[in-house]
Design a protein around this ligand. Structure first.
Ligand code: MTE
Length: 327
């Protein structure tokens, strides 16, 4: 069992990629899709109707599209989710807690130009534009399973590059042990950020060795094209063996630190969302089982795999740790 990212020799040619970026700008985002029972974090349930972001009554219908990916399935043979599913069923609390309302609310959110500041315990702190990162690191297609802590999942063909490449560029200091990620804060454009309950901006963190692992990528696109706003454009993290909330969207700051950083979810509900959050079917969430999951677009449920099916690649990162304690 091995992930099978397409080798860099087969990356989408740049001209094709750029023309697809233009093409995808014209793509429609159809409202609808599978309706699942939300087992959203309990704190979200306290959001009142008065503060909830309004959901437009209708999304304008646009033509159906045929998104491009070289792959049709992941390395386990699971078929890709459709572009429509991936871009219309989202968790993005900066906009709304309504998964099927994100695409419409985020439609005009500007994702380009986009800058990321990389700083903290590094020898060469710098701010990079996403365009520069794309030119420098030549995103490749990585087909990963995304397993949300809420027990739904998808198979997504990302375009991205290993975070490790960017970290090497800024030369981490010997004292760096963790990486902290901070998302954009723009309450005038992100209605969910007017909900004072959450300690905005969204922030996440990884241990440095997790951040340097080859499976950990910064995604700048999906399905051969640009990264739509609802999926975290301008740039997002993807850590496929951890619950989806670790894969922070719309990153503007990456900071190397000596101490384990605070994260949004472990701040608001430390008993429910730990720092490590490795996918583990043997450790239940306090309010629901993690043994099975619902793949969006499928009927019935499938077994959840240890480390989301990436155990062979990542289990050694946690040697000697009690995985029940590090939920
Ligand atoms: N990043 C930000 N900034 N805000 C969010 O609300 N939600 C997380 C994660 N990253 C979230 C975020 C959760 S809970 C999940 S499951 C994934 O994004 C969903 O990613 P997707 O909408 O692209 O499938």
């Amino acid at each position: 069992m091995k992930p099978d990212p397409i080798p860099s020799s087969e990356i989408t040619p740049k001209d094709l990629y750029l023309s697809r970026r233009e093409f995808l700008k014209t793509l429609g985002l159809l409202a609808g899709g599978a309706v699942l029972a939300a087992c959203a974090p309990k704190l979200a349930e306290t959001q009142s109707a008065a503060t909830a972001a309004p959901r437009p009554a209708t999304a304008s219908p646009r033509p159906a599209v045929t998104p491009f990916s070289r792959a049709t399935a992941d390395e386990l043979g699971d078929p890709l989710n459709s572009y429509k599913d991936i871009t219309n069923y989202n968790n993005y609390y900066e906009f709304t807690t309504d998964k099927q309302g994100v695409a419409v609310l985020a439609r005009d959110f500007p994702t380009s130009p986009w800058d990321v500041q990389v700083h903290g315990l590094v020898h060469r702190p710098r701010t990079f534009s996403v365009d520069e990162l794309i030119r420098k690191f030549q995103p490749e297609e990585r087909v990963y399973r995304l397993r949300c802590v809420e027990a739904w999942s998808m198979v997504i063909p990302w375009l991205g590059f290993p975070l490790r490449k960017l970290l090497k560029e800024v030369e981490p200091a010997g004292s760096a042990r963790y990486v902290r990620f901070e998302a954009v804060y723009q309450p005038e454009k992100m209605p969910g950020q007017k909900v004072p309950f959450y300690p905005w901006p969204y922030q996440e963190g990884l241990r440095l060795d997790e951040a340097m692992h080859d499976l950990t990528i910064l995604a700048t696109g999906l399905y051969g094209g640009e990264l739509p706003p609802q999926n975290g454009g301008g740039i997002r993290l993807v850590v496929p063996w951890k619950y989806g909330f670790k894969s922070i969207k719309a990153i503007i700051k990456i900071e190397l630190t000596a101490e384990q950083p605070a994260t949004l979810w472990s701040t608001v509900a430390p008993d429910e969302y730990g720092f490590y959050a490795n996918v583990n079917p043997r450790v239940d969430h306090p309010r629901w089982s993690q043994r099975t999951e619902r793949r969006i677009g499928e009927f019935g449920r499938r077994d959840t795999l240890m480390f989301n099916g990436y155990a062979e690649q990542v289990a050694q990162l946690y040697n000697g740790m009690d995985l029940r304690l590090y939920y």
